[in-house]
Design a protein around this ligand. Structure first.
Ligand code: ADP
Length: 490
């Protein structure tokens, strides 16, 4: 019809996490922030999530559809709900035998993965593909965007169904691959020829991640530098060849900061809210509280903060080895983390040895994370690889200067304090290259040496707080990608 406005593009996002209800890392934050930002860009965006009790309990549900699936004898209810606090609609795959379990989204409380994760996430992806093929008569997407390995089978299911919908697979972390023994393949109800080197097969088993990487129309990852790095053997986790072959389909789009949750002016986890002009007073109050919580002595040097999963990826073994240098430079450390036993033991011992200088807490604590990010002078992220990294973005927003390794999203978001960057007023942090304790110690030393010059430090804080890491910017780029894909479709 001449003059009729084209209807809005529709995008269905498939994922296993959604902050604040289900979160183990940055993935949950992204799923909370990107869909509303896409909605603001005019993209009609919905979510498809596992029906975890935390979500079913918090959301007001109505029935969308009931589907006969290969994963259960009874039909599976797909419930429809509005995500509380937003205008986003979510489909929840309500299958209690799979999702109503104690522990985390991927494993039991003891940290071990559920043995039937291939079926748990196979069902999620199968339902997403069914929605992509028109299972909900009231809403059919143009784009299905699948996030991380948990959603990796959505593109192959769509391909198997010959669905007229474009698919995007987004890599948040290539190290988690959803690898299962070959014997699980028949349980997934995919055509036999999908199991092969040109398909799901990976080193004698099958990988959900590879399903996404191989079958999606387009691939994205969460920073431009990581998009390049993963095409090399050092970062490709065995997929660099496949990714080089798909380089034309791969884009890096940086994550952003959700101001609804990360705003120092309205953060009830810190003693005194602050903006750009009140940062010093606000941070001083947070710092006092931080010192109290972590038993840190009064000292003139900077407090370095860490909020992190304790895994080899995050490079905190380098920090452990660099602690004498940190303390020697007059710094202190406040660390919150959970994960590897060895690292917990190491930092636990360090906090006893350096009582008053090194404070640690183990566990996952959202409010304490905020206090550290606000009260520390610097946040330390010595990651070996970092797809995007959110903690340094939050730190910048809170006027806390990041000390980071030059990799992935860290390289894309923090500008090192070189003489040139100081002169052209772009410096926002301290960046080092080699993944060694010495290189990290060098950056920590530079930060400690810069700290006493309050005029320069204040300028850097101000600059950090005004950097634009808005989700609007990311959403614009995703929306452009959607349009390109839909325009290209036959
Ligand atoms: P990743 O997803 O690899 O863990 P990101 O930097 O992308 O790394 O996201 C980590 C998110 O999880 C951030 O929001 C960070 O503040 C939070 N986080 C990590 N560890 C903890 C913890 N122990 N307690 C509270 N929040 C944490």
């Amino acid at each position: 019809m001449a003059g009729a406005r084209p209807r809005a593009l529709r995008a269905l996002h498939v994922a296993a996490e959604l902050y604040p209800w289900v979160k183990t890392g940055g993935l949950g934050d992204v799923l909370a922030a990107l869909p509303p930002a896409l909605l603001d860009q005019g993209v009609d965006t919905r979510l498809c999530l596992p029906g975890f009790p935390a979500l079913l309990d918090a959301f007001r549900l109505s029935d969308a559809v009931r589907l006969a699936t290969p994963f259960a004898t009874e039909r599976v209810r797909v419930a429809l709900a509005t995500v509380p606090g937003s205008k986003i609609t979510a489909y929840l795959v309500d299958h209690p035998p799979f999702y109503d379990r104690p522990g985390g989204p991927y494993g039991a409380a003891d940290g071990r993965d559920w043995p039937d994760n291939h079926r748990r996430f196979g069902l999620l992806d199968w339902v997403a593909a069914a929605l992509g093929s028109g299972a909900d008569p009231n809403w059919r997407p143009d784009i299905v965007q699948a996030h991380d390995w948990h959603a990796g089978l959505a593109p192959p299911y769509l391909r198997a169904a010959n669905a007229a919908v474009a698919s995007i697979f987004t890599i948040h972390n290539l190290a988690y691959q959803g690898f299962f023994p070959a014997g699980t393949f028949p349980e997934l109800s995919l055509p036999a020829h999908f199991y092969g080197i040109d398909g799901l097969e990976f080193y004698g088993g099958l990988s959900f991640l590879k399903g996404g990487l191989f079958y999606a129309d387009r691939l994205t990852t969460v920073s431009p530098t990581y998009a390049n790095e993963i095409q090399t053997p050092a970062f490709g986790e065995g997929f660099d060849g496949l990714l080089r072959g798909r380089a034309d389909a791969l884009t890096g789009i940086l994550n952003g900061v959700d101001p609804r949750y990360w705003d120092p002016e309205h953060d009830d986890a810190i003693p005194l809210g602050y903006g750009i002009d009140t940062a010093e007073i606000g941070k001083e109050a947070a710092k006092r509280e931080l010192r109290r919580r972590f038993y840190l002595e009064e000292a003139a040097g900077p407090i370095f903060g860490v909020v992190s999963r304790l895994t080899p990826q995050k490079g905190l073994d380098l920090l452990l080895a660099a602690l004498p240098a940190l303390a020697g430079a007059g710094g202190q450390l406040a660390l919150l983390g959970s994960g590897d036993r060895e690292l917990e033991d190491g930092f636990g011992a360090a906090s006893r040895e350096w009582h008053g200088t090194v404070g640690v807490e183990f566990g996952y604590d959202e409010r304490l994370a905020r206090l550290i990010i606000a009260g520390a002078d610097c946040m330390v992220l010595p990651s070996r690889f970092e797809p995007c990294g959110l903690t340094q973005l939050y730190a910048l927003r809170y006027g806390t200067l990041p000390v980071v390794r030059r990799t992935g999203g860290l390289a894309d978001t923090v500008v090192d304090t070189t003489p040139a960057a100081l002169a052209d007023e772009t410096a926002t942090g301290f960046v080092f290259d080699a993944a060694t304790p010495d290189a990290l110690a060098g950056a920590l030393g530079r930060a400690a040496a810069a700290y006493p010059d309050r005029t320069v430090w204040r300028q850097m804080m101000r600059r950090a707080m005004t950097r634009d890491f808005s989700w609007a910017r990311s959403a614009e780029q995703y929306a452009a990608l959607y349009r390109e894909l839909v325009d290209k479709a036959p």
